[in-house]
Design a protein around this ligand. Structure first.
Ligand SMILES: C[S@@+](CC[C@H](N)C(=O)[O-])C[C@H]1O[C@@H](n2cnc3c(N)ncnc32)[C@H](O)[C@@H]1O
Length: 214
């Protein structure tokens, strides 16, 4: 897309005004674009997962979103949200019985063990969303970890590939999109890019990041 494309201009306006840092779900900060959240709601409605796994909790607004939407679709859904610190998590999130907070780095082997255990107790499809440390090396390590637990038909979103000039924050350095590109060089047949979803709302914070496990 060219710099003159209105979708690029809107993406830059949306990101650079930091309105996403002032976005709340039921009163809890949720650092996402609202059109991405609507896209996730549509994906969840089709996928009907039994488990939602999020890397990067922060205040917990996104975990709460996944719990509320996920339970409206499947009352038995479980949400696992992983972060190196849960000190800032909102009280509403802490008391949500569907949300399990795991305080670890998302690349810790315990995360894979926990996902396997949760899959066993809640068989079905899994929706994964990667939104923690946005460096290329860390996201690549997360994708490697997920490789051992993700199954055909599961959905993976890799967020914030828009940094490093894709099209925001030029000069940020290699990030999630570059990690996805590198992953595809190594494992070209693992995922089907869901381009219809990626382009549906004109812009996304997750370019190249809507992926269906083959
Ligand atoms: C962008 S925020 C998450 C935003 C949240 N998902 C939302 O939509 O509101 C990134 C989070 O990743 C966490 N983080 C940073 N490094 C991490 C790591 N190695 N493993 C897990 N979480 C990490 C940070 O503590 C921070 O809370």
């Amino acid at each position: 897309m060219s710099e003159l494309d209105p979708r690029v201009a809107y993406h830059k306006w949306y990101y650079d005004t930091q309105v996403w840092e002032k976005t709340h779900f039921l009163g809890v900060p949720c650092y996402k674009s609202v059109s991405d959240m609507w896209n996730y709601q549509e994906i969840l409605s089709q996928l009907r997962p039994s488990l939602i796994v999020e890397f990067g909790t922060l205040f917990g607004g996104s975990a709460l979103f996944f719990s509320v939407i996920g339970r409206a679709i499947n009352p038995e859904v479980q949400v696992l949200s992983v972060d190196i610190s849960h000190q800032r998590v909102d009280a509403k999130v802490q008391v949500d019985s569907a949300i399990h907070l795991l305080t670890r780095s998302s690349t810790d082997p315990v995360v894979a063990t926990t996902i396997r255990q949760m899959r066993k107790s809640a068989p079905g499809k899994v929706f994964f969303i990667v939104d923690s440390d946005h460096s290329k090396a860390h996201v690549l390590a997360e994708l490697e970890l997920l490789r051992a637990v993700i199954e055909p038909g599961d959905y993976l979103v890799v967020e914030d590939g828009n940094v490093n000039g894709n099209p925001v924050l030029p000069g940020w350095g290699p990030g999630p999109k570059e990690a996805v590109d590198a992953y595809f060089e190594q494992y070209p047949d693992d995922y089907r890019p869901d381009l219809e979803r990626e382009f549906k709302f004109g812009f996304t914070f997750a370019p190249s990041g809507f992926l269906v496990r083959k």
